[in-house]
Design a binder for this molecule. Structure first.
Ligand code: SF4
Length: 279
């Protein structure tokens, strides 16, 4: 069962709901700014003394640097005053995860193992992300959980226990890291000899088909994909984002209601409720 997300743009009439200022996740010094909505970014600015009338502008600046320019260091945000950059650096993180390994196949397929902080798991966690270049497109297979509660017979992850859900930041970080490594941000260089699409974007498609069942981590997956498809940021086409599920029926309906997605069948589902989904 696969779902192609058709993520609706923010409703301009929707009320802004106040969000709490970001707090550090367990075991970390600084909260991350990756994965926050624009409203949450603005509120985070308030916590370091930025006046409310500047929140929107500062959030737009950060959004641009994080998701258009792909920077991972506040010092690169050259249109933000030095003292504010310093405050940002003192208070927040925009760091990328650690790369445990990067494997490159002769056909250009790349597999990364990324390490994230424990965040309640008791030890650092590792997830896989895979890039598959083809003529005219580059597909990134992104993980949503560490391990999985399901046991699909064809899947190695199904032999591993669920450790924890990935945060929206960690889901987005897989995309940011892939674009870093492929030189898919402005002013970046693609590694010499890399096999990538001959034209267009190097990461043009996303499939939520890595480790984990994305619909068992619905809120974080939804938040990450809304940011990934934002037209002023990473700007991945909604038609090119596919969410693959083993068939979690209630969440599929929720996905349809809240996000507005279409559904497609893929082979290999082992869950008993698959027939219900397909009917
Ligand atoms: S839901 Fe996905 S990750 Fe989990 S066992 Fe099935 S195929 Fe593997």
């Amino acid at each position: 069962m696969a779902i192609t997300l058709d993520i609706a743009r923010d409703n301009p009439n929707a009320q802004t709901i106040a969000a709490a200022a970001p707090s550090p996740l367990p075991g970390e010094d600084k909260p991350t700014l990756i994965g926050l909505s624009r409203e949450e970014l603005g509120e985070a600015m308030g916590t370091i003394g930025v006046p409310p009338k500047q929140w929107r502008m500062r959030a737009s600046q950060l959004w641009h640097w994080l998701y258009v320019r792909g920077v991972s260091d506040f010092s690169q945000m050259t249109n933000i005053a030095k003292d504010l950059r310093q405050k940002l650096d003192d208070t927040f993180s925009i760091a990328r995860p650690e790369i445990v390994s990067e494997q490159i196949s002769v056909d250009g397929t790349r597999k990364w193992l990324f390490r994230f902080p424990p965040r309640g798991a008791g030890r650092p966690v590792e997830v896989e992300t895979v890039y598959i270049p083809e003529e005219g497109r580059g597909t990134l297979c992104v993980s949503s959980q560490v391990g999985c509660t399901l046991t699909c017979t064809f899947c190695h992850t199904g032999t591993q226990k669920l450790v924890r859900n990935l945060t929206a930041e960690e889901i987005l970080s897989q995309i940011l890291m892939a674009r870093d490594r492929l030189g898919d941000f402005p002013d970046a260089n693609t590694p010499q000899g890399a096999i990538v699409p001959s034209e267009g974007r190097l990461v043009s498609n996303i499939v939520m088909m890595g480790m984990g069942e994305p619909l068992y981590n619905f809120d974080n997956v939804k938040k990450a994909l809304l940011i990934a498809s934002d037209g002023d940021g990473l700007s991945l086409s909604k038609r090119r984002i596919t969410l693959s599920t083993s068939g979690v029926v209630p969440e599929i309906f929720r996905t349809g209601d809240e996000i507005g997605c279409s559904k497609r069948r893929i082979a290999g589902c082992s869950r008993s409720d698959q027939q219900e989904v397909e009917s």
